[in-house]
Design a protein around this ligand. Structure first.
Ligand SMILES: O=C(O)CCC(=O)C(=O)O
Length: 288
């Protein structure tokens, strides 16, 4: 699935800026099947019979001014799973992040039709602190050509080195989508730059878990669909230090009693340096 080979220059760019933009993540010929998968998911047609972990928008009752979002679409739709459980993407993430391997934490199915509103700037790792080591790295795949006025994802170069912020502000349709990032920049005493990810369909980006990012309103006449894989290290465990604060109403349900290891049924390993990959992924993708 993954077309792009990670180079030394890519790794240096990622380490310096906290993100990497590439034009060739997946074959554009594969995109119509993913558009169909998006359509199915937002109409509530769940191929496997499993409801995704978070269904924040449906055609029947979704607010048309908001970005459509579903999380862990891979559990409902095998075409989504084929991308976000891809070995090559897992490997690229691990290579950029310098990890021994990568496993899926969550996917995001995001559809921003023309005139839909922004998504607030944030640092991903601020929202997902229940595992340790608590590192995230994300692959963001554009399923339409993207442009600056089309509500594409934006990054602040170097912001992965800023202080770790607490979750702040609205994610969906905030009044001023860059405000939390500007506040963080002021605390750093720096003037933030912005990079827009402008790529053909099938291109996209990788970003570090502490890189500030968000996206504006879609002012273009075209839809902006993106499939996002948020990955964590293959060797993470639930963090007992977080239990007192609660580990969230959704992902805590996958924790085994008396065992801090993550269950590969829900957080499969995509790629590991020693050759391991959760073997049951193949059965799942083949419908067995
Ligand atoms: O697609 C977007 O606009 C934002 C996605 C996002 O927040 C992420 O990939 O972490």
């Amino acid at each position: 699935m993954m077309l792009h080979e990670i180079t030394t220059a890519d790794r240096e760019h990622f380490a310096e800026d906290g993100y990497l933009v590439v034009d060739d993540l997946i074959d554009p010929a594969h995109i119509p099947v993913l558009h169909q998968a998006f359509d199915d998911l937002f109409h509530g047609r769940f191929e496997t019979g499993v409801r995704p972990d978070e269904v924040n928008w449906q055609v029947a009752d979704g607010d048309p001014s908001r970005t459509r979002q579903i999380c862990n679409g891979w559990k409902a739709n095998r075409e989504i799973a084929r991308v976000v459980l891809d070995e090559g993407i897992g490997r690229a993430i691990a290579e950029l992040a310098g990890w021994p391997g990568a496993r899926i934490m969550i996917d995001n199915v995001l559809w921003k039709p023309p005139a839909t509103k922004s998504l607030g700037f944030h640092q991903d790792s601020a929202y997902l602190s229940w595992f340790t080591p608590s590192d995230l790295c994300t692959c963001w795949i554009a399923l339409d050509a993207t442009r600056a006025d089309g509500g594409t994802i934006e990054f602040v170069p170097g912001s992965h080195r800023w202080a770790h912020s607490e979750p702040e502000g609205e994610f969906h349709a905030p009044e001023d989508y860059r405000a939390p990032m500007r506040d963080a920049a002021a605390r750093e005493g720096t003037e933030p730059g912005i990079t827009y990810v402008e790529v053909p369909a099938g291109g996209g980006s990788f970003h570090h878990g502490w890189t500030w990012h968000g996206s504006g309103e879609n002012l273009s006449p075209n839809p902006r669909r993106a499939l996002v894989l948020h990955a964590m290290r293959s060797d993470v465990e639930y963090d007992p230090a977080q239990f007192a604060q609660g580990i969230g109403p959704i992902y805590s349900r996958y924790k085994r009693l008396g065992d801090n290891r993550l269950d590969e049924n829900y957080f499969p390993v995509l790629w590991r340096k020693d050759g391991y990959r959760t073997p049951q992924i193949t059965d799942y993708l083949d419908g067995r």
